[in-house]
Design a protein. Sequence first.
Length: 318
Amino acid sequence: MERNECATILDTLDRYQGSEKIALICGEEELSYRELVADAKHIARGLMAEGVKKGDRVLFSMHRRADAIRALLGILYAGASYVAADPDWPRERLDFVEQDARTVFLMTDESCRRLREREPSSWELPEVRGEDEAAIYYTSGSTGQPKGAVLCHIALVSPFLDAAFDELAWETYLVNSKLTFVVAGINFFTAFSRGKTILFSTESEHSSLDLLAAFMERHHADGIHSMPSVFLRFLENPSFARAFSKLKFVVVSGEMILPSVAEKISRATKGALLIDYGTTETFHCTIYPYRNDEKIHMGNAAYGTRLHILNEALEEIS
């Protein structure tokens, strides 16, 4: 998709809504783009029938299954935004997020099933713009009360338009991050914006490296994204290391990466290593294709952003 054509996440999906290309593989389910978009729009109309309006917020608390992606996209097609939550969070944390974000609907495995079983309707879906709110991701709360970071559509769109992804030959992107991490959302939309296939690990695959590795090999995973420390731990598993060696690209972010760590990860795969700098609950700053250099470079500013470098006195130096 041309960058100037894409203002929302939904713009990218609508481009492929008639395609029989596989958009999502999760467990035993394989959904084409046509099926995924149709299911998402059906859920969106169900939400509207339940009283969800454009600009409302929906608490999104689902397990790792294909329905979770149907529902997430359905929320967006309804003109609402999703508030990412984990169904395994303590009840008090879920209650806090629900009240703090002022959500109007709770999307769970059961409510999604109920929406999917509704009779088809002809509700007209709202127009969604780039500046409309798309998602809220909450911080862990490790330094105090969890805080919600609000993202509009264009903020989620910009990261996946990085040209670095267009310079690679790939077809599948493994998403193994928790749905409460913005990385998962960015990974979904990075693939969907290019008509690629998402490999979404199930709960059991997410919990077992042997099962995850088998899933990767069975469906020929091309790319994966996580923190450097996670990859170092995962690579101790021989099955995962074998699957990892066949990837075409690896993205690391979320923590500092030393040259020795970058070299180790790079040598573990035949593919490209992309270092994503500055990832938070809201955005990322730069992306750098690692080339076995002794130094880790900051890289180029993410698409649609301008990079400012400050000294310790917060004075701009570049």
